[in-house]
Write a protein that binds this ligand. Structure first.
Ligand SMILES: C[S@@+](CC[C@H](N)C(=O)[O-])C[C@H]1O[C@@H](n2cnc3c(N)ncnc32)[C@H](O)[C@@H]1O
Length: 1022
């Protein structure tokens, strides 16, 4: 690999020489590319034109630096081939170039210095020698870095006990130290009034801990700890700390972290440039928080914004201001706010942006720049970063008065009429932070720029990390985005991105620019139709620069590789321009980076484009449904809805304008390991235990063994409501757990977390049921038919299964038709009375259509947004027959004729007497083989059988996967009920596989026949 890179380098060098000449500016590109290519797989980043200031205050720019995270670990300096390289090296060292690890190169020779000494010198054409030089160069690690890495690893181990001690000490001070009690009470009161009303004494304790743990670090990196001590919030926390934590207690408590502090100290001693200091603060910001409290870091979205993006957004906001308001960001009266400032990158970038005009900069800094932060550590980091940057630019220190320690979304006083109250919450307060917030609230903010928090775990209920509600802002969302939307899943619209957009939209009042980097979901997903409709009405111009990287939408992407934040949710920059008197019908401009582009290339592109003024965009015309992206141009809306979630439970039958009346999500047990089992007896034993423990806990909530079953919010509610439970044998029924895999299920509204409408469909006799993918499923769209309760995750997680059945049952247990009369009329009108279409025929027809490959392709985008609609193809009879055949195959798979597969049993010679063969359960589609275990395999399986897929797996692979021996996650199940052994079911699985092969081959034959139909076969009558 490395020699290949060197050969590519030499080729590029030859080409550049031939075309561009021999000057350094041209030929150095080749070595730069070589360094970049070498650095990437090692996890390093190449930064061109890296600036640094020596200890003697000489400013230098080296041609390139190799960075590990944010630390430079090596440098590269290119020279002209006409230069005398040795003389140039001398000169550079005299200017203070680092001798730690640096390559000098003039396209003929490369010279390496390391640890202050000359190491080697070689001709660049000598491949092996150049390879060696680069290996030594990239292998360099300075001692401080090694120590720092070790210390960070150690920090993770050492921190938790220290946190415990600190918490105990603070609790003790809270109980016994009057000075602490009064200082803490005063601090809490102020925090509640300024930050947000839900701050608790515990939050204050955590703030204090972060303060104590990081004060040393800041003092070390910035040398002059005055910077930090002068800050108003820090002063209050220092005062609080002094009441109980000083001298010996302090030294003893923190002594365990001394290696960490020492490593930071030695690493920070090497940090000379301002930009390196900034980088270091970012590392502390992300690194510290993730160790200290990963959940809080996630909830707050503690992740810094790449500089390329910050710069692009600042340039673009400036350009938009000039374009629309004939003013630049630096001009008087353009007040700018970053509402979620983190490390303060946006303010820092603005200061750099203004650095050419020092007088104006001073005024901006003192009067017209504002930033909010709600967590103490980032607040400190931002304060240091911003003040140090100002100091570096102007040469003088000045406090940054625009930084507020406040929860932006709670600070609704600034929203004036939208706040619902006219008085200022902070009216009576005198503390400096409150004064700062009041000052900000009194200003007319024209530009809001920043990176609102993204909370990854919020999306997953089990992670239990949801953001708190924000009453006022949520009310505003309800009155606007929700009111105007038609989406089913309205809750998802109350996320942190929409909250910040709502807050900012109200904050700029009738004129201004908002520049945010947020998720791309609000622009792409059906649930946000109201959001899109409203912002298009409230703003005059909207720009969306889509940086993609949505791993959930496209599993081929990887968060770390393709997403600019390394997260799973796609990202977009959005710019919103509000203009007086101009509302309704915003002009919407859109651009996107290529889907598969790497994050690194995206950032390089963002940086090369520089700003919106240079961005090639398309203009978007939203469609009737307020979709902006992936507009589909087809006849979808004229098709017959399969289900209509809006009216499925309405009383009057006439309102049901869909094929089926009742639909449901699949079963969400919230405790699969307790609710399902292969063995009926084992399931009964588990449920009996569940009932016993539940009942014991119901009678005595402090029951010692309560945690031996799996609780969740629902079950706890039933317990609190005193719902008594007993084991009911009739509740044990067969379920459709995974494709072609039945499981015994304990079907019970209390012990299954969510049963949705399923009790009206199941448990009262046969009921053929259609299943299809939820529009938001992140797996390929699928349909299946079953006769048993389907699981929500029929085809795995992140893909919900929706079902609708042939019949439904009322409370009295009467069986009713679930296909509507409305549907029968539609079909009869279309095909004529003579066709004598019955509801069973419709059921079969619909099932066929859902399998039509042409249907799935034509309406792929629609199926990702909505529940299916059904076209009425000319030859009803043909589709009905296909549909019935598919229903018989899929529902009756256990009675399908077994395919003539060849079974080979060869005893594994390594198997000890009396043991069972090692379980394999793997398939080899190319060779038509299934390996069951070390003794047995099946062959002669037609390869097309694997083409029958549901979600991400073939039917065959589902059967194999579901018969593997897996270690249960639940400790009780693992210890007491882990009874499944493949060997006990081997013969059943062999039989089942042979039948599923038949089902697969015949299904594929039918869908191939559908695909082969001539075009006219799907013409719709108009
Ligand atoms: C994505 S980060 C911003 C990163 C920043 N642009 C940077 O490069 O460092 C979001 C920040 O907003 C803060 N934050 C989250 N919710 C907030 C709120 N409601 N009010 C103010 N700040 C908030 C978080 O603590 C976090 O530091």
């Amino acid at each position: 690999m490395s020699q290949q890179l060197i050969n590519a380098y030499l080729n590029e060098l030859a080409t550049l020489r031939r075309i561009g000449g021999t000057t350094e500016g041209v030929t150095s590109e080749a070595f730069k590319d070589l360094l970049k290519a070498w650095a990437r797989p090692l996890g390093f980043t190449f930064i061109p034109k890296h600036a640094f200031t020596t200890t003697a205050k000489v400013f230098n720019i080296v041609d390139g630096a190799i960075m590990l995270e944010r630390f430079p670990i090596g440098y590269w300096e290119a020279k002209d081939e006409d230069d005398d390289l040795d003389v140039e090296i001398e000169k550079k060292f005299r200017r203070g170039y680092p001798k730690s690890n640096i390559i000098f190169e003039d396209t003929h020779r490369a010279v390496l210095w390391q640890h202050g000494k000359f190491v080697m010198d070689c001709a660049v054409t000598d491949g092996p020698e150049l390879g060696k030089l680069l290996d030594i160069f990239f292998g360099y690690e300075r001692e401080e870095t090694t120590n720092f890495k070790k210390a960070v690893a150690q920090f993770k181990v050492d921190l938790p006990p220290i946190l415990d001690i600190l918490r105990q000490q603070i609790d003790a001070a809270q109980a016994d130290v009057p000075a602490f009690q009064s200082a803490a009470a005063a601090f809490l009161k102020q925090a509640r009034e300024t930050i947000n009303p839900s701050v608790t004494a515990e939050d204050v304790r955590e703030m204090l801990i972060q303060h104590i743990l990081t004060e040393n670090i800041f003092a070390k990196v910035f040398g002059d700890d005055e910077f930090h001590r002068k800050n108003n919030v820090a002063k209050a926390l220092y005062a609080l700390e002094d009441t109980f934590f000083s001298g010996d207690v302090r030294r003893r408590t923190l002594s365990k972290l001394s290696t960490y502090y020492a490593a930071i100290e030695s690493a920070s001693a090497l940090i000379t440039s301002h930009s390196e200091k900034q980088g270091f603060l970012k590392a502390i910001y992300e690194g510290f928080y993730k160790v200290y409290n990963a959940k809080a870091a996630d909830r707050l979205g503690v992740v810094y914004t790449p500089n390329e993006i910050v710069r692009f957004m600042v340039e673009s906001a400036d350009w938009l201001c000039e374009k629309h308001f004939k003013k630049n960001l630096i001009d008087r009266d353009v007040e700018i706010l970053d509402p979620a400032t983190g490390t303060g990158t946006f303010i820092v970038e603005l200061l750099e942006h203004f650095s050419g005009q020092p007088e104006k900069l001073k005024h901006k800094y003192a009067e017209e720049l504002h930033a909010n932060e709600v967590a103490i550590l980032p607040y400190y980091v931002a304060n240091l970063n911003i003040e140090a940057t100002y100091n570096a630019i102007t040469g003088s220190y000045a406090e940054f008065p625009g930084l507020c320690f406040v929860d932006t979304l709670d600070n609704v006083a600034a929203l004036g009429i939208f706040s619902g109250h006219q008085y200022d919450l902070l009216g009576g307060m005198s503390d400096e932070n409150a004064d700062r917030v009041k000052r900000q609230n009194s200003r007319k903010i024209s530009v809001i720029i920043g990176n609102p928090p993204y909370n990854a775990w919020q999306e997953n209920y089990n992670q239990n990390n949801a953001n708190r509600p924000y009453a006022r802002v949520d009310q505003r969302i309800g009155a606007t985005y929700i009111k105007e939307g038609t989406a089913q899943n309205k809750n998802s619209v109350y996320d942190m991105y929409t909250r910040f957009v709502r807050w900012a939209s109200d904050r700029v009042k009738d004129e201004g620019v908002i520049a945010f980097i947020i998720g791309r979901k609000p622009f792409a997903k059906a649930a946000y139709d109201g959001f899109r409709k409203v912002i298009a009405r409230e703003f005059a111009e909207i720009w969306v620069f889509d940086l993609g990287g949505d791993v959930r939408d496209n599993p081929k992407l990887s968060g770390t590789k393709n997403n600019v934040f390394g997260i799973q949710t796609g990202v977009a920059m959005v710019f919103l321009v509000k203009k007086k008197g101009k509302s309704g019908g915003a002009i919407i401009r859109y651009a996107r980076r290529p889907e598969m582009e790497t994050a690194e290339d995206k950032l390089a592109a963002v940086s090369a484009i520089g700003g919106l003024g240079n961005l090639a965009v398309e203009t978007i015309q939203p469609d009737r449904k307020d979709d902006w992206l992936n507009l589909s141009d087809n006849d979808w809306d004229s098709l017959v809805p399969l289900v209509d979630p809006g009216v499925s439970l309405a009383r009057t039958t006439a309102q049901h304008k869909a094929v089926f009346r009742l639909m449901s999500n699949g079963l969400k047990t919230q405790r699969d390991e307790w609710a399902y089992d292969v063995s009926k007896d084992c399931l009964a034993a588990k449920v009996r235990q569940m009932v016993d423990i539940y009942e014991a806990t119901r009678r005595d909530p402090t029951f010692a063994d309560r945690e031996t079953i799996k609780w969740d919010a629902e079950l706890d509610r039933h317990r609190a409501a005193n719902v008594s439970k007993a084991f009911t044998p009739d509740a044990v029924i067969e379920s459709a757990y995974r494709p072609f895999t039945k499981r015994w299920l304990y079907f019970d509204t209390h012990f299954n977390g969510r049963t949705y409408q399923l009790p009206s469909m199941f448990g009262r006799g046969p009921n053929p049921t259609l299943i299809f993918s939820d529009p938001f499923a992140q797996k390929p769209w699928m349909a299946l038919s079953v006769d048993g309760v389907p699981d929500l995750h029929l085809v795995g997680a992140a893909a919900a299964a929706i079902c609708t059945s042939r019949f439904r049952f009322n409370k009295e247990g009467d069986r009713l038709d679930n296909i509507t009369d409305w549907a029968l009329t539609q079909f009869t009108d279309r095909y004529g009375k003579a066709a004598a279409i019955s509801k069973d025929d419709i059921f079969a027809y619909v099932y066929a259509v859902l399998h039509d490959p042409v249907y799935r392709e034509t309406y792929a985008l629609n199926l990702k947004r909505e529940f299916p609609r059904i076209p009425l193809y000319p030859d009803f009879g043909k589709w009905r027959v296909w549909g019935q055949a598919l229903l018989d195959l899929h529902i009756g798979y256990e009675t399908a004729a077994p395919a003539p597969v060849i079974r080979t049993d060869t005893r594994d010679p390594k198997r000890a007497e009396g043991t069972t063969p090692v379980v394999k359960l793997k398939s080899d589609a190319d060779n038509g083989i299934v390996v069951l275990d070390a003794d047995t395999q099946l062959s002669g399986i037609p390869t097309q059988a694997w083409r029958y897929r549901l979600g991400n797996r073939s039917a065959i692979d589902w059967v194999l996967d579901q018969h593997k021996e897996k270690t249960p996650k639940d400790p009780t199940i693992r210890e007491k009920f882990n009874t499944y052994r493949f060997a006990d079911y081997k013969e059943t699985v062999v039989d089942l596989l042979a039948r599923v092969v038949t089902v697969s081959v015949e299904t594929v034959a039918i869908t191939d026949a559908m695909a082969a139909l001539p075009a006219g076969a799907r013409e719709q009558k108009t």
